[in-house]
Design a protein around this ligand. Sequence first.
Ligand SMILES: O=C(O)c1ccc[n+]([C@@H]2O[C@H](COP(=O)([O-])O)[C@@H](O)[C@H]2O)c1
Ligand SMILES: Cc1cc2nc[nH]c2cc1C
Length: 350
Amino acid sequence: MNEQWWLAACQPVDHVARQKAGQRQARLTKPSGSLGRLESLAVELAGLQGRECPHLEQPWIAVFAGDHGVVAEGVSAYPQAVTRQMLHNFVAGGAAISVLAHQLQARLEVIDLGTVGGEPLGGVHSYALGPGTANFTQGPAMSVAQCVAALDAGRASVERARQVCAGLYIGGEMGIGNTTAAAALGCALLDLPALALTGPGTGLDAAGLSHKQRVIDSALLLHQHAGSEPFEVLRRLGGFEIAALAGAFVACAQHGLPVLVDGFITTVAALCAVRLNPACRPWLLFGHRSAEPGHALVLQALKAEPLLDLGLRLGEGSGAALAVPLLRLACSLHGGMATFEEAQVSDRPA
Ligand SMILES: O=C(O)c1ccc[n+]([C@@H]2O[C@H](COP(=O)([O-])O)[C@@H](O)[C@H]2O)c1
Ligand SMILES: Cc1cc2nc[nH]c2cc1C
């Protein structure tokens, strides 16, 4: 295997800046704790940015796409061709994430790791690792070389984000069938049966859902003998876009770039990243809780508290993008509010 760069050290959190930010929060003109999660968010960001008053520089949004051999088992409500059709839509500006990126004035890049249907698309970084992964009910989803190349593609995206001094990294995904891969991966990493993490994805009915659960259970049985080493689990049950996201998240932590994680699939990628390199965990913030039922369990396993719960189940990085204004406002409140002393307001409850 190539050099395993994903095992290298991550940036430490600045505990002094974090502590100073906590002390500042206690001096702001409000009852202690009254801004709820926005308070801890500002303090957390202070530790990541190494300054008492954090502020959000330009966010970078990367959408990773890949197709999945397991769709041959009939596990998605939509046809596989949609993955590639959506690539056009991302670039043309018509997808939800395109609109959100425009509104946030965030840079959006689109990365095709390997989809069914031919030629590289204009405006898309193309890797052509294969026409989708192999069907993991028959064998491993990826070869070692494909999985390493996908992790590398994630790292390369973070390099591009760093070149424009992005202050926040959002990784989105697009891949018909990827809730099956994410559920299988999550089950293998958390030692759970398919029942725990299988959900309707793009919209399966009850019969479709039980079938999807059986497909995942059979894959878990097939790959059980391979053990729980995270790279091997990712290679066997993951997807190109999921491996790329895991690589991007580890690379962000290695370079001290905070990440805002999106929905079910990206959170499973975050779990892979944390299993590959546990020191990356502090760099991961979580944008929302998806309607996909397995998401809550994976978030719990990561001790993650997402910011929003709006019933979204789109992917593309949309839930993370929607949380950006909240992050910005948490920073503005933290840095802009007066202290009790400055405003000459009594800081003592009666
Ligand atoms: O982000 C989520 O939580 C999420 C939940 C359900 C579906 N998705 C999106 O829907 C696609 C996968 O759904 P499926 O049913 O084809 O496995 C993929 O393109 C994801 O971006 C995303
Ligand atoms: C239309 C469509 C858009 C998507 N965006 C992310 N996953 C998706 C799945 C479908 C089916």
